[in-house]
Design a protein around this ligand. Structure first.
Ligand code: FAD
Length: 390
C-alpha cells in the first residue's frame, strides 16, 4: 500500500520532523516518539545499519554521565554501557615511554569509550521500535520555509519531495542546512572558528589477542603544540588520533618521514601500531578539520529548533560534543513538561536556558585543546591532579 505521507499517518499529535539521523537526531526521535508525536526522521545518508561503509567524524568517542542520563531516559543506557570500555584515567605517555595515570575523578568514576557507528545504529533501531516514528534515509534537506515549515528534500537519484511539519528539529550537524534559514534572519548571532589543527585516525591492533596497552585509560601523548590520543575498542584495538597543525601534517609526505616523525615524538607507539601500517595508514585519508560553532537563539518562533552540533559544534578536546547534544534532548524534554508541550513557550525557554550552557561547553572544549596537549605535561599539573583525586 502506498504510504499516505506524514499528514495521512498523523496520530493525535502534531508532526515533528527531525532533520539528521546522526547521534543526536536518532536519540531525539525517541524522546519525541515517547511523547506520542508523529516523528519523521530525514537523513542524508543511506541506512548505516545496512550500508557497506559507514563514515563518521570519529571511530569511537567518550560517553560521560551527561550523555548516559539521556540514554537512560529512553531505556538504552545499559545496552550502550555494556558495549563500552570504562576509562578511569588519562594515561600520559612521556617521550621516554614512561606512563603516568591522572584519574578523571574519584575512585570508581570513569568515562566510557563507545563505538560511534554502533551507538548510532542502536539509536536508530530504538527509534524504529515506536510505531509513530518513520525513518527516511537518502533524504537530504535542501531548503525549508520558516513561514510555512515546508521542507524540500533531494534524493541521490535526483528526485525531490516536499514535506510539511509542525515542528522542525535541526539535528543535521555542524554544517546544518536547517540553520541556513536562521542566518537570513535579523538578530541571529552566529560565529564559526576553524582551529589550525586537523586530525588523523590510526589503528593500534591487538597484541597476542590482547590490548596492546592498558585498556581502561584514555592514552595521551602530549607534545605541546600537537598530541596523539588513543581510546580502546571492544575488538581489543585502540583508535589513535593524531591532532596536529595542518601545516605540520603537510610536511610529512613519505612513509619514511612518517616513521621519522613517530621516532622523534611517539617512539613507544611505533611497535604498537606497527611500522608498516604506519607508513600506509597515515596517507589513507587527508587530515580532517575541526570547527567550533556558536549561535543564538536556537529557535525560530514555534516552528523550528536546533540541537546537537547544528546548534553548538565544539572542538573534540573536552569529549563533550555528543554528550552536550544528548543533554539538549533532556533539557528540551523537561521544558516540554513545564510548558505542557506548547511550542510557542517551549522554544524560547529552551533557547534562554540552553544557549549559555552550550556556549560554556564550547569555551571549555577550546580551553582543553591547550590543556591536553601542553598543560598535562607540567609537573605542577600532575601533582595537582594527584592531590585532587586523593
Ligand atoms: P552529527 O553526528 O554530525 O550528525 C548529523 C547527521 O545529520 C548526520 O547523520 C548527517 O548525515 C545528517 N545530515 C547532515 N546534513 C543533512 C541534511 N541536509 N539533510 C538530512 N540529514 C543531514 N563528542 C563526545 O561527546 N565525546 C567524544 O569523545 C567526542 N569525540 C570526538 C572526536 C572527534 C575527532 C570529533 C570530530 C568529534 C568528537 N565528538 C565527541 C563530537 C561528536 O562527534 C559530535 O558532537 C556529535 O557527532 C554530534 O552529533 P549530531 O547528531 O549533532 O551531529
Amino acid at each position: 500500500m502506498e504510504d499516505p505521507g506524514p499528514a495521512g499517518r498523523q496520530t493525535r499529535k502534531n508532526v515533528v520532523a527531525v532533520v539528521g539521523g546522526g547521534l543526536v537526531g536518532a536519540l531525539n526521535a525517541c524522546f519525541f516518539a515517547k511523547r506520542g508525536f508523529h516523528v519523521e526522521v530525514f537523513e542524508t545518508r543511506e541506512d548505516i545499519r545496512t550500508a557497506k561503509t559507514v563514515r563518521g567524524r570519529s571511530i569511537n568517542l567518550a560517553l560521560s554521565l551527561r550523555g548516559r542520563q539521556a540514554l537512560k531516559h529512553v531505556g538504552l543506557e545499559d545496552k550502550i554501557v555494556s558495549k563500552g570500555i570504562p576509562m578511569n584515567a588519562r594515561m600520559i605517555h612521556s617521550l621516554s615511554g614512561k606512563q603516568s595515570p591522572i584519574p578523571y575523578g574519584r575512585k570508581g568514576q570513569y568515562i566510557l569509550s563507545v563505538d560511534r557507528a554502533n551507538l548510532n545504529k542502536e539509536l536508530l533501531t530504538e527509534a524504529e521500535t515506536y510505531p509513530n516514528t518513520k525513518l527516511n534515509f537518502d533524504h537530504k534537506l535542501q531548503d525549508w520555509s520558516s513561514e510555512t515549515g515546508l521542507m524540500t528534500f533531494v534524493r541521490s537519484d535526483g528526485s525531490r519531495s516536499q514535506v510539511q511539519a509542525d515542528l522542525i528539529v535541526g539535528c543535521d550537524g555542524a554544517f546544518s542546512a536547517v540553520r541556513k534559514q536562521f542566518l537570513r534572519r535579523s538578530r541571529f548571532n552566529y560565529s564559526q572558528t576553524y582551529i589550525p589543527h586537523g586530525y588523523k585516525e590510526l589503528t593500534m591492533p591487538p597484541r597476542d589477542g590482547e590490548f596492546a596497552m592498558k585498556p581502561n585509560f584514555l592514552h595521551i601523548w602530549p607534545r605541546n603544540t600537537f598530541m596523539m590520543i588513543a581510546l580502546p575498542n571492544m575488538d581489543k584495538t585502540f583508535t589513535c588520533t593524531l591532532f596536529m597543525p595542518f601545516e605540520d601534517f603537510e610536511k610529512i609526505t613519505t612513509g619514511d618521514e612518517v616513521i621519522e616523525f613517530f621516532r622523534k615524538h611517539f617512539p613507544d607507539a611505533i611497535p604498537l601500531i606497527g611500522a608498516d601500517a604506519l607508513r600506509t595508514d597515515y596517507f589513507r585519508l587527508p587530515a580532517q578539520a575541526m570547527v567550533s560553532v556558536k549561535c543564538s537563539p536556537y529557535h525560530i518562533q514555534d516552528r523550528c529548533v536546533l540541537m546537537g552540533d547544528a546548534a553548538h559544534a565544539v572542538v573534540p578536546f573536552y569529549g563533550q560534543g555528543m554528550n552536550a547534544g544528548f543533554e539538549d534532548c533532556i533539557v528540551f524534554d523537561d521544558i516540554m513538561n513545564q510548558f505542557n508541550e506548547d511550542f510557542s513557550s517551549v522554544l524560547p525557554e529552551y533557547s534562554r536556558v540552553r544557549v549559555p550552557d552550550d556556549h560554556a561547553i564550547a569555551d571549555l572544549a577550546m580551553y582543553n585543546y591547550v590543556e591536553m596537549r601542553a598543560h598535562v605535561n607540567s609537573k605542577w599539573f600532575l601533582f595537582r591532579k594527584r592531590v585532587d583525586n586523593l
